[in-house]
Design a protein around this ligand. Sequence first.
Ligand code: WTA
Length: 650
Amino acid sequence: MTELHKNTYSVPEALAKNAWIDKAKYEALYRQSIEDPEGYWAEQAKRLDWIKAPTKIKNSSLDPKSVDIRWFEDGTLNASANCLDRHLETRGDQTAIIWEGDDPSESQNITYRELHARTCQLANALKALGIGKGDVVTLYMPMIPEAAVAMLACARIGAVHSVVFGGFSPDAVAQRVIGAQSKLIITADESVRGGKQVPLKDNVDAALTRQGAEVCEKVLVVKRTGGEIDWHAGRDLWYHEQVDGQSTECVAEEMGAEDPLFILYTSGSTGAPKGMKHTTGGYLTYVSLTHQYVFDYHDGDIYWCTADVGWVTGHSYIVYGPLANGGTTLMFEGVPNYPTPGRMGEVVDKHRVNILYTAPTAIRALRAHGDDVMASSTRESLRLLGSVGEPINPEAWEWYYRVIGNSKCPVVDTWWQTENGGILIAPLPGATDLKPGSATLPLFGVRPGIVDNDGNLLEGAAEGNLVILDSWPGIARSIWGDHERFTQTYFSTYPGMYFTGDGCRRDEDGYYWITGRVDDVLNVSGHRMGTAEIESALVAHDAVAEAAVVGFPHDIKGQGIYIYVTLTEGHEPSEELQKELVKWIRTEIGPIASPDVIQWAADLPKTRSGKIMRRILRKIAANETDGLGDTSTLADPSVVDELIEHRANR
Ligand code: WTA
């Protein structure tokens, strides 16, 4: 372990004094939240405006025979009204969303009153198109205000949104449209990122030619660039034509706390992506609480989360958390290094950002340029920094703290997952001493545990698999349309506990250090991907007989994608074929799944029962061929020597 791991940063006194939560409060409230969850969460539910206040607080079983999770089940509310209407009287003219375009000369401030009006107009347009309570609307959008408007408009009328990341391919869109039986897509002609156009509407056109995708009857198109697109009369509708003439008032639908708010697809270790089902009351309570406390959000703060709304971080910490709290949230269309490598700092200065929440991969990419990369900005306005999406190595943490934060902003390293709804383990800036590389301590109501491979709970300082021992209000309730898979995936490995899929160490101070996935899920630049998804895309190519995909350590991306391919008869390895396979994956899944390394393999190491031994493939990909461990159980151990000899990661 390097010396860096030993640095600790105590809570700055001035910060503790003004913070929502200091050390004493954290300890007392954490204890209460665990000993008396009903009492704690009954109180926290009051942060929302309920139409009917809940009297039943928690009703939850994680027993694999009957997984059933409910929070606030007899309460009713509307998420959109909580993010908009209730702020109108006190902060109608306050900026809700600062939008910063890809092009630095474009930005917009949208007040709560405007956001409310625009949301109501779209909500009315959706109703006119026959969308109502329980219908699923797919959003495949650029990072423009309409993305937030669309989420809130769906919530307003009780429709369930399913946001598909704008970097995904037509097939990925089709898969999600079919999976959710979505009747309508909202998209844009094109998105703009780093000065380049992405043909969103063309991708939707292609997606809707796939078998089964005809369930989607209408496509609502925002004009973002005015780029040329095909038009399918009767199916395609311009957003502005449907929306602009609508009334700016729309009564918010009364929803049950356990009615679905959204579906969000995420990758697992097996099979197709899973549509996580998140519901209304518990989710909103949880993201409101965590946004306020983890970022120590106070009125007037300018807060910027650099995620995309296509991921859960965008849902919870660009849209729902900040808006539920009446905050000002910055939404950025572009990429952190365009048009200048220091763009991120320039945006901070331009909008006087106080709280910056980004991903380790962005920090590592900046750090690779050297400290001067931040010379184009002062970042004086910053008070707090956050990190999310993957483990942050202490070197990157220290650089973030010293260079971006001018050595005066605490860094909150926030661990959580799509399934969790909101942050589960993270420091509170006024309460928690920091150790670079550790997500530190659990938030209120969260009971982490570490188990060995047999499921025994380990006490004290320990390393093993991270589980959560009881439910919290933000946890997903199911996988859309497949509750059995939900139970199998999360509650059966260690019966009665939620299994995260992450490995973790707990140190002598009770701090948690996430060590990364212990299953076949990759985390590439903070994007989560299943190796099985990439493998099944590969074997759909007729040159590919068999494929195995593993991650390997990558300086900037955290993990890179390493692919072993065996070819079918009649196909020979070539540079051309390599390029073709890369292109194939980009169109089947999306550019985020582009492999870094392809190795042609005559054969793959398998057990006698035919199971691919990934442990060995991971070691070869990482160039750790000294410690391959026992290979005697392989059907043909000579395969391994051959792979090592031809390894492609030199
Ligand atoms: C990883 C993103 C270490 C982890 C919110 C988890 C992290 C997966 C951290 C979930 C962190 C996320 N430290 N690892 N602070 N945050 N992860 O669903 O492996 O896209 O299981 O949710 O990212 O990714 P997801």
